[in-house]
Design a binder for this molecule. Structure first.
Ligand SMILES: Nc1nc2c(ncn2[C@@H]2O[C@H](COP(=O)(O)OP(=O)(O)OP(=O)(O)O)[C@@H](O)[C@H]2O)c(=O)[nH]1
Ligand SMILES: [Mg+2]
Length: 441
């Protein structure tokens, strides 16, 4: 069992926040390839398509309570699509990367601050980066006039972005009970939370949260709620301010001072707390409740056993005797709470997940009609524009046919005319991306 971990909590809002980088997979390139057969000198084109890049998807999971795991890993990259090959073999698509986050995580674009999703139900998913579409192989480009096309598409780049994940931390389990019974001492013994502990009532003024981590996959958040007293539901003491925190927890951990240090009767304490809970909201009593008898170090064995027996008969539920001071039985308590919390999470995780429709991979639109500019530089005339860039990304012009085709498209959009206007003369150099030509009128 590993030690507990604690989040640096801001007292007022208990917000857990992390920034992560996500990158979807790039699409694989289409292949330029020709069939080779015996006795057939020139086979047809058979270059396969590239696979699509994997997506990055966030998924809400009831089994997580915090964003702690993102303190260690911040970079998430989905797999690229594989390139197409000869014999019309398509490249494999990249695996999607699914990242689990706790239910209640709000996902924002870190740059714009725009809210992308509020993942408030178990199983809810949102795509945060779309994979790039794979490029088509040359098998797609054969026409009656171009029977052996040397042309194929490159895969599109996958999306990438920084995300801000924000979680309003809610406790899974609430430690409740009279003042001074040792709630803060217990949260200190179970987690790394370091609340103030003192021998006077109402030491704790606002709930403290601590994260208890049993192993890699089991973690939960406990809240140390300020002491409740008789009349709390009406506003006596501090308790009523925090009863609504208790409403949001799935498990109640009811702490009793079995040694009666303050001279009160522990049976009466037990009843009073239940009564206050039920007067505030009767639904609270339906929550799973663990009964913890604290301060067992102050009693000798006979006395302790007698009292535990009495409490058991009175409350008719399982009791965990512990000492926050000597840490006796604290591990058992941690595991018992984990079990209770786990059961309530399991119920949540069995609800059907909301439907999710995966969006289409990224594919830039190539317009046949578009505008571009001619920029005169020392090296020659450069053809520039958004659509020019898109075409250059899509086709690698080292294949002659792709180059010819793109030049045709540019010509239809007035390439020669524009060059002339820009002052190009016979023999001048023209640049399109990394490729250069000689201008002829
Ligand atoms: N002997 C003994 N003393 C304990 C134990 N647990 C807590 N105490 C003492 O009991 C007193 C109250 O403990 P806290 O943890 O502050 O109690 P609390 O329930 O958080 O009290 P409030 O915040 O006032 O509601 C302190 O003096 C603790 O040292 C225990 O297991 N054994
Ligand atoms: Mg306290």
């Amino acid at each position: 069992m590993k030690g507990a971990e604690v989040i640096d909590l801001q007292k007022e809002d208990f917000v857990d926040r992390v920034f992560i980088y996500v990158k979807a997979g790039d699409g694989g390139n289409g292949a330029v390839s020709f069939r080779r057969e015996k006795y057939v000198p020139k086979g047809g084109p058979d270059g396969g398509d590239g696979g699509d890049g994997g997506f990055v998807i966030l998924r809400a999971s009831a089994n997580l309570s915090t964003l702690l795991k993102f303190k260690h890993q911040k970079k998430f990259v989905a797999e690229n699509g594989q390139h197409g090959r000869g014999k019309k073999q398509s490249g494999k698509s990249g695996e999607d990367l699914i990242i689990d986050v706790p239910v209640g995580t709000v996902v924002k674009d870190a740059r714009s601050g725009e809210i992308i999703a509020d993942l408030n139900r178990h199983g809810m998913m949102v795509c945060v980066a779309r994979g790039g579409k794979g490029g088509r192989g040359n098998a797609h480009f054969a026409t009656s006039t171009l029977r052996a096309p040397r042309i194929a598409e490159s895969g599109e780049k996958g999306e990438e972005r920084w995300l801000e994940l924000e979680l309003k931390l809610l406790a899974d389990a609430a430690l409740i009970g009279f003042p001074n019974v040792g709630k803060s001492s217990l949260i200190a013994a179970m987690s790394n939370a370091r609340p103030k502990i003192a021998d006077y009532p109402f030491t704790t003024l606002v709930p403290n949260l601590g994260v208890v981590k049993l192993d890699r996959d089991v973690e939960y958040v406990v809240a140390d709620i300020p002491g409740l007293i008789e009349g709390a539901h009406r506003g006596s003491g501090l308790g009523n301010l925090f009863l609504r925190h208790i409403e949001r927890c799935s498990v109640l951990v009811h702490v009793i001072d079995i040694a009666s240090v303050e001279g009160r009767d522990f049976l009466k304490d037990y009843d009073t707390i239940l009564e206050e809970l039920s007067k505030y909201n009767p639904e609270l009593l339906k929550k799973p409740q663990l009964l913890v008898a604290n301060k067992i170090d102050l009693l000798d064995e006979d006395e302790l056993n007698g009292r535990l027996e009495k409490l058991k008969r009175h409350a008719n539920r399982e009791i965990i005797p512990v000492s926050a001071l000597t840490r006796q039985n604290i591990d058992t308590l941690k595991e018992k709470i984990a079990q209770f919390v786990g059961e309530s999470k399991l119920k949540l995780s069995m609800l059907p997940a909301p439907p999710f429709e995966k969006p289409k991979p990224i594919k830039t639109r190539l317009e046949l009609k578009f505008d571009f500019e001619i920029v005169r530089t020392k090296e020659g005339f450069v053809v520039e524009g958004e659509q020019v860039k898109a075409w250059l990304n899509r086709y690698s012009l080292e294949h002659r046919d792709a180059l010819v085709r793109f030049l045709e498209v540019l010509e239809k959009n007035g390439l020669s005319e524009k060059l002339k206007q820009a002052g190009a003369k016979d023999g001048d150099t023209v640049w399109i991306g990394d490729y250069d030509f000689e201008y002829r009128e």
